[in-house]
Design a protein around this ligand. Sequence first.
Ligand code: UD1
Ligand code: CA
Length: 466
Amino acid sequence: MMTACVILAAGLGKRMNSNLPKVLHKVCGIPMLQSVIETARKLKCRQIVVVTGEHDDLIKKALASPDISYALQKEPKGTGQALMCAKQDLKGFQGILIVLNGDTPLVRAETIKKFLKLHLKNKSAVSVLSFQAENPDDYGRVVRDASGQVLSIMEQKDADAMQKKIHEVNSGVYAINHDLLSLLDSIKINRKKGEYYLTDIVAAALKKGLKTSAYCIGAEDEFMGVNTREELYRASMFMKKKLIEKWAGKGVTFLDMDSVFIHAGVTIGKDTTVYPNVYLEGRTKIGRGTTIYPNVRILDSEIGNNVVIKDSTVIEGSTIKNRASVGPFARIRPGSEIGIEARIGNFVELKKAVIGKATKASHLSYLGDTRIGEGVNIGAGTITCNYDGEKKHRTIIEDGVFVGSDTQLVAPVKIGKGAYIGAGSTIIKNVPPWALALSRSKQTHSSEWAKKWQKKIKNRKSKVSK
Ligand code: UD1
Ligand code: CA
């Protein structure tokens, strides 16, 4: 049977109180609408139509793809009207329309497939995927007669006292035979809300003597509709819990599952340990046997095997190779690469810095726009002076170099292989390989000076007190 999917995403989302369209708000790092689109893709439909409204430019910019067409609902006047807006895109389509809400990001493709099977088996004209809600407020109630036949979907605002007691509610997932689209024209505006309700298609179909059904399958969490920030939070917590359970199942140890946040695009290798308050975001990949200590945030980065990321470290857009160690209190900014067995210690900031194998920068440094070779020692307080107030310049440090503490490397500058730089130097010229570079003024001693000085102070004090 041919299927097409329509995703309703044109609502104003007023209850979010946001400048961002509701469906672009993220759950575990993924915009809600993107999650729904990904679910739709898994259904292998002939086409996917997304109905957008006022902010369609923002949505298209974020989620454009050749396998999706966008239909515009200029003024959102309800879910029924939204589906009508997709009619043009569905011209000539014959089969079953699967309708999804763009604000219901946790629905799984498997559940929809199960639902579709039931719809086909029972030869219904329109089916609603329903669920038992602990608190049914805000959802449309599934109204059935004594025999169980679905009569209508009744929104909270329109429900009478008896109907309000119903816990079986509409998830926003529908299967509708294409020829029922014409029924949408007969739906009347709901006076209380000034909207055309898609849910009214059930009663309209029944009136025509067509078969209507509702299938109560799946758990409530999966159908959570996000209308408020609080619901966004709840959906995020649910998805995050699922993700952590998934990685725990694959051999990751979490010392405190509640305080860790993981985005849906993150992967973590076996025997890695994650301490409390760790945030793994974007497309981060963590290898095997790695340890991530507390208060670490890693975004869009690749971390190798047996790496140690110590407490309170931030890593963004960077690569950290096997057996390296980073932190505590390190800041690794985008474009950095830390080599195998390298060590980046406390209060070290890297930016576009490539650090070679087994190189160490253990304390208090800024290393930016630099390439540092293998086996280099960067002393405490080393600074690459990469910015002249106008442009950025590069520092090259070749293999085996020893940079003494408190050195400033004024870029552009190159330190040749095996060279030594004496502590406290300001390096403004290239250093040849194997040379010793020193640039500090000569130390002098004035003998017994301190004693004379102290005597002088003592005399002065006694004069004052007299
Ligand atoms: C809707 C259902 C309700 C169901 C619930 C499930 C209706 C009338 N009610 O209620 O029965 O239990 O979802 O979560 O359908 N949208 C448009 N254009 C519009 C209005 C809405 O595209 O003019 C889109 C929204 O962007 C959203 C979806 O349709 O993705 C649902 O709209 P929303 O206003 O959130 O409906 P609910 O009140 O949650
Ligand atoms: Ca909703």
